[in-house]
Ligand binder design. Structure first.
Ligand code: AMP
Ligand code: ZN
Ligand code: FE
Ligand code: FE
Length: 271
């Protein structure tokens, strides 16, 4: 059974709604997807509901926590989390509020740089109250201050650039523990993108259950390197596209990177 275990929706910084993603997965003949929005669980229920309506597709409740460790983004995926858990709801609500406060701070810096951009102009790109740098980047493009999202990051909002403000985030161990305490499986997302590969061992020592080996941005060497680590440390091997709903040469990434969930018994058993 083919599953894409890494999918974003409009509830974080994706461009397609949960329903549109599920419909696309169905059209692409995928057996299931995991909804893994950044720091939020709000897209899960609509995806599951729509999945039941159309039938023949499984939706795994998931999340991708955006942690920061020693100046690096470290993303921790959680699968089969209890998304009705009040603790999880409270923590993700807090993260959402923190993100909004951070956008105000970023806009102060951006305004001081001579660009006019208001909170409402950024919010227009955010459908569910979740706000991140991609929304700021889209607004900067639309106002003509930069030609592309890439340029917005490179010039203004990447770490160290003049419009950047650090986000409040969970510590890696807090994310892993929260996932475990809500009955979930914790997986280190796209470690191929980590500058400091020692973070992989750090996560293993903290009790991570698996590693996202298959990912749209991983090179062949990354995959081989990570498979060895999984074998050595007895971790599950997962994978997914990290589709954000962008069309690339007429296709969506969704389902182009996947795992056969029959090979992951602790996940298969939870379906
Ligand atoms: P945030 O969580 O608000 O700090 O935004 C981080 C998100 O921005 C990441 O998950 C990526 O989707 C996106 N991102 C980070 N760096 C870049 C970049 N250089 N170009 C385009 N998108 C980026
Ligand atoms: Zn994203
Ligand atoms: Fe990520
Ligand atoms: Fe992601």
């Amino acid at each position: 059974m083919i599953f894409d275990l890494h999918v974003h929706t409009t509830f974080s910084d994706g461009l397609l709604s949960p329903e549109e993603m599920v419909k696309l997965a169905y059209k692409k003949n995928i057996d299931g997807i995991a909804i893994t929005d950044h720091d939020t669980i709000l897209g899960i229920e609509p995806a599951i509901k729509y999945g039941k309506e159309i039938g023949n597709i499984s939706i795994i409740p998931g999340i991708e926590f955006s942690c920061i460790y020693k100046d690096e983004e470290v993303h921790i995926l959680g699968y089969f989390i209890d998304y009705t858990s009040q603790v999880l709801i409270d923590i993700t609500n807090n993260l959402r509020k923190n993100r909004i406060a951070r956008i105000f701070k970023m806009l102060e810096k951006i305004n001081k740089l001579g660009m006019e951009l208001t909170f409402d102009e950024v919010k227009a790109y955010s459908k569910a109250g979740y706000m991140g740098r991609p929304h700021v980047a889209r607004a900067l493009v639309d106002k003509g201050y930069v030609d592309s999202i890439h340029e917005a990051f490179e010039k203004y909002i990447s770490r160290g650039k003049p419009g950047y403000v650090e986000r409040n985030s969970l510590k890696i161990e807090e994310a892993i523990n929260l996932i475990h305490n809500t009955n979930g499986i914790a997986v280190l997302a796209h470690p191929g993108l980590l500058k400091d590969k020692k973070i992989i061992d750090y996560c293993i020592n903290l009790g991570i259950d698996g590693i996202e080996v298959i990912h749209s941005k991983h090179k062949k060497e990354d995959v081989n390197f990570l498979i060895d680590i999984c074998k050595r440390s007895n971790l599950i091997i997962t994978g997914g596209s990290d589709c954000h709903g962008k069309l690339k040469s007429g296709d969506y990434l969704l389902g182009n990177y996947y795992v056969n969930i029959d090979h992951i018994p602790i996940m298969k058993g939870r379906l």
